[in-house]
Design a protein. Structure first.
Length: 56
C-alpha cells in the first residue's frame, strides 16, 4: 500500500516547507488549505511546485 501525507495549512509557510521536505524524501504529499487566497495566488503556488489542484 502506498502512503500519502496530508498536510493541513499546506499553502502557508510551514505547510509548504513540510510538503517540500516530504517530496524531497521521495514521499507523496497533499497540501490542504482554506485560506481565502485569490485564485491567482493559489494557481501561482501550484505552478511553482508543479502541483495539481482541486478547488472544493
Amino acid at each position: 500500500m502506498s502512503r500519502v501525507a496530508v498536510v493541513t495549512g499546506g499553502i502557508g509557510g510551514l505547510g509548504t516547507a513540510m510538503c517540500k521536505a516530504l517530496v524531497e524524501q521521495g514521499r507523496k504529499a497533499v497540501a490542504v488549505d482554506y485560506s481565502g487566497l485569490s485564485a491567482e495566488v493559489v494557481d501561482k503556488w501550484k505552478a511553482d511546485r508543479k502541483a495539481e489542484g482541486l478547488d472544493i
